[in-house]
Design a protein around this ligand. Structure first.
Ligand code: BTN
Length: 265
């Protein structure tokens, strides 16, 4: 079984209107999101994809390093939603919902979404989404959705000490490698449909669907941002994409940016 991506075959088989109609592939780049940004700046159309075998400077949220060895699926897609920036910040949910559904439907994995941008399997991170945008007077000029999926490698063997205990991979979960090309095809098809719903009907239409995977809701969690650490019960995610946390003193807090870990009961 070939686990590599054959671009021609991918594009011939893709059942999308825009996503993946142009795909740029490289064995090695710094970051597929930086590459997509360069293409977006010179006018690349919506749906253009950059994909790489390895990233030398893969980026995660909040400026973190994203380790991207061969065997993972590292790609970014250029989006040009006709939206205000405050609406488009929720694109991250489009990405995580698409990944959660595809890994579940295609491979039978019990996926969960973890606010704000992760997909987990058996409590461990299998995918991270990075949503970035460029705006002009509150309107989105372009957005880049970067998707990193730990696929055909064993997480303990290749990831750094700091993440390997909380990360997993498709290979870890299924006990075998999968065809990256087939995964990318399924993701682009799913993502286009979810994105079209998001842009056409708004976030409300997706939120309930996203929450079906949100195993952290109703759980005790710890949320950290740069300034503080909050312990509480994850009550909900609202229409702005904010996490609603019930603190130990009974008050509730709306959190727009932060990192969530599961708390002790
Ligand atoms: C996170 O969990 O913090 C987000 C990780 C996003 C990683 C992907 S891999 C493809 C794209 N290129 C990058 O440099 N980052 C994203």
């Amino acid at each position: 079984m070939s686990v590599e991506i054959d671009l021609e075959r991918l594009q011939e088989s893709l059942l999308t209107k825009r996503f993946g109609k142009r795909v740029f592939f490289s064995r090695e780049v710094n970051s597929t999101s930086d590459w997509a940004k360069e293409l977006a700046k010179i006018g690349a159309e919506e749906g253009t994809v950059t994909v790489a075998q390895t990233q030398m400077a893969g980026r995660g949220r909040l400026g973190r390093e994203w380790i991207s060895p061969r065997g993972g699926l590292w790609f970014s897609i250029i989006l040009r939603p006709d939206q205000k920036a405050h609406e488009a910040v929720k694109l991250v949910f489009v990405g995580s919902l698409a990944v959660a559904e595809v890994l579940h439907e295609k491979y039978g994995m019990r996926t969960e979404t973890k606010w704000p941008n992760d997909v987990l399997v058996n409590g461990k991170k299998i995918c991270g989404i990075l949503a970035e945008m460029n705006t002009k007077c509150e309107n989105v000029n372009y957005a880049i959705l970067g998707v990193g999926i730990n696929a055909n490698f064993c997480a303990e063997d290749v990831l750094s000490e700091s993440v390997k205990t909380t990360a997993t991979s498709i290979q870890n979960e299924l006990g075998k490698k999968i065809r990256l090309e087939s995964l990318l095809k399924a993701l682009l098809e799913k993502m286009e449909r979810i994105y079209d719903t998001f842009v056409g009907a708004g976030f409300t239409s997706l939120l309930e669907r996203w929450k079906r995977y949100a195993g952290f809701l109703g759980q005790r969690v710890v949320v950290t941002d740069q300034n503080e650490e909050l312990n509480g019960l994850a009550l909900n995610v609202d229409l702005e994409g904010a996490l609603i946390l019930k603190l130990e003193d009974g008050t509730t807090r709306r959190i727009l940016v932060g990192d969530l870990v599961f708390g002790k009961c």
